[in-house]
Design a protein around this ligand. Structure first.
Ligand SMILES: Nc1ncnc2c1ncn2[C@@H]1O[C@H](COP(=O)(O)OP(=O)(O)OP(=O)(O)O)[C@@H](O)[C@H]1O
Length: 582
């Protein structure tokens, strides 16, 4: 049998139990005490029988009975204390593992996140770890506890007669071998069951998120059908994995019965050759019975390990998934407005499906670039590349002449801000939603920004001011108000390059006018990129880029292009009446 899975288990255990070594030590001590007490009680019972046979009812008998009671009570108290410690150790370890997994998943690139549903990731971060609770607490402790108990029983049996410990020891080896051999096949079945559960939760997450659209578009039947199919698959694979553990259980019960018979037979044999008294024969029977307890528990733990192993494999796999976007060495960018350059950039979300081809343009520091183009022409992709959500397949992108790949991701993203039409709000206070949990931003700064962008009236009716909770996904805010909050965030972070991707698309003309003034202030002393369908929203742009099918159709200073009647941009302007879409 390969030792690799065990190396994996112990690496994981060592990593998450080491910080709690004191608690784990205490747990081990209680364990030893409990073993001692469990081994002592049958001895007392044996003495009780021998005293009864020799002396009949006597004071010694009462003392022996009282001792038996005290030790039983003590054993229960030790058991409760050790269970408490097990739970504590397990929760601390699994919580640390959960946060490490979450931190790792958050560093993974956009490509990874687009190819996994939120529900699936939740199940992998929480569901898989949840199933390891027993592994972290009971597995080690119980395996250790029951192995020690098993050794203790064999030693005690050896103290009666060596034949007892040798024969029962051989029997234990036989049972352990059989259980290990039967354990392997069901691991893969548990992996399938875990995958089916991730897919089920992935689907549920997606459906709940889109509940409004599904109801509105009559898609309930589709949801029910899929719910049923995925749930059936989860149920069937879990049952299949569970049943595959049934055969080892039945065989182990048969082996345990064999062990009890062996104990009785050995006791009878020793009694027949006058080595054992009736009390000792009973003692041998009790210890043989007691031997079944560690064997049974070890068997159950090995069953549980099947499930744990499937989770450990998946957790391992997640940890081994690395981001396609690697952090740069940390090139420094001078403070102030940033110049942007795209140099022959080509990119596709899939290798053989180019979305941008040979795109080159420059935005001098402090200038604003307007990007226009038809739906699906690649405008948003340009902003994603600038944020290094993805890396281009060829060409390079620079800020102030420094390639993005040379910069630390954190430094890069601190210098840029992006507002899109999809504003992500959190179930947190208005303050936290605006400052993105940054405590160094004062309330005065927040209030000044709210007044500046026309949200003062909205703020004044908030029941608890900045402490008002917005509720899940910004409950209670209109789409336009959410977009205004996104503007407020950017005002507070003071970036050096601002990207607006259809940022004012959900605002009414009056609110847009208010925001426009604020945006003029925002662009002062900064560089900007504005992606827009409505030409009116790129009035302030210095340069214009017209994109079509992932290529640059036209580029140049806005004034020059507007003045050239042959330019594509001028033709678009000529056709613009009110709201004309490009
Ligand atoms: N995550 C993704 N995975 C695969 N293909 C994508 C992904 N995002 C966008 N695309 C595809 O890339 C192309 C360009 O998309 P992009 O969002 O950049 O266009 P756009 O010009 O911003 O469109 P719109 O004006 O509608 O926002 C489209 O064909 C789109 O289907």
């Amino acid at each position: 049998m390969s030792l690799r899975p065990f190396q994996r288990y112990f690496a994981l255990l060592a990593r998450y139990l080491r910080p709690q070594w004191l608690m784990a030590l205490l747990m081990a001590l209680l364990l030893l005490v409990s073993i001692g007490l469990q081994l002592e009680n049958p001895r007392i019972l044996g003495d009780f029988i021998d005293v009864t046979v020799k002396q009949g009812l006597s004071q010694t008998l009462i003392l022996v009975a009282l001792l038996f009671l005290v030790i039983s009570l003590l054993n229960q108290a030790v058991f409760v204390a050790s269970e408490y410690l097990c739970e504590k150790v397990a929760w601390t370890a699994t919580n640390a593992l959960r946060s490490d997994l979450l931190a790792h998943v958050l560093t993974l690139d956009q490509g990874f996140h687009k190819s996994h549903t939120q529900g699936e990731l939740l199940e992998r971060i929480d569901g898989d770890v949840n199933d390891l609770t027993n592994f972290f607490s009971k597995f080690v402790v119980h395996m250790l506890f029951h192995l020690l108990l098993l050794i203790g029983i064999l030693v005690v049996l050896g103290s009666i007669d060596w034949i007892l410990s040798v024969s029962m020891g051989l029997y234990c080896l036989l049972v352990a071998g059989a259980l290990t051999w039967m354990r392997r096949p069901s691991v893969d079945r548990w992996v399938m069951a875990r995958q089916a559960s991730s897919e089920f939760f992935g689907f549920m997450g997606e459906s709940l998120q889109a509940a409004e659209d599904i109801r509105g578009n009559g898609g309930l039947n589709y949801v029910w059908q899929n719910f049923y199919q995925r749930f059936s698959r989860w149920y069937n694979t879990t049952c299949y994995a569970g049943w595959s553990g049934g055969a080892p259980w039945i065989i182990s019960q048969a082996l345990f019965t064999l062990g009890r018979v062996l104990g009785l037979a050995l006791g009878a044999y020793l009694w027949s050759i006058h080595i054992a008294s009736p009390g000792t024969v009973y003692l041998i029977f009790l210890y043989s019975n007691l031997l079944m307890q560690p064997l049974d528990k070890i068997q159950w733990q090995l069953q549980d390990l099947n499930q744990s192993e499937s989770c450990i494999r998946r957790i391992d796999g997640l940890f081994k998934t690395s981001s396609a976007i690697q952090d740069g060495p940390g090139a420094h960018l001078a403070p102030g407005a940033l110049a942007v350059s795209f140099e022959q950039v080509s990119f596709g979300y899939k290798q053989d499906n180019p979305v941008l081809q040979d795109v080159s343009f420059q935005v001098p520091a402090g200038h604003v670039l307007g990007i226009v183009g038809r739906t699906g022409s690649g405008k948003t992709t340009i902003s994603r590349l600038l944020f290094r959500m993805y890396d281009p397949q060829s060409g390079r992108i620079c800020l102030n002449g420094v390639p993005l790949t040379e910069m630390r991701l954190k430094d890069l993203r601190q210098r840029l801000s992006l507002i899109t039409q999809d504003v992500q709000l959190f179930d947190a206070s208005v303050r936290d939603n605006l400052t993105f949990f940054e405590r160094t931003i004062s309330d005065e700064q927040v209030l000044a920004v709210l007044a500046e962008i026309g949200l003062w009236d909205w703020y004044q009716v908030l029941p608890e001011g900045l402490d008002t909770r917005l509720g899940p996904t910004g409950n209670g805010l209109s789409a336009g108000e959410s977009q205004l909050l996104a503007f407020a965030r950017v005002f507070l972070t003071q970036p050096d390059l601002v990207l607006l991707d259809e940022a004012s698309s959900r605002l009414d003309p009056l609110t847009e006018q208010v925001i426009e003034k604020a945006v003029d202030q925002l662009f002062a002393g900064r560089s900007g990129i504005v992606i827009a369908h409505r030409l009116a929203t790129i009035q302030r742009a210095d340069e214009i880029l017209v994109v079509e099918d992932g290529r640059i159709l036209e580029a140049g200073p806005r004034a020059t292009l507007a003045a050239d009647p042959n330019s594509h941009f001028a033709r678009l302007l000529q056709h613009e009446q009110g709201e004309v879409f490009v």
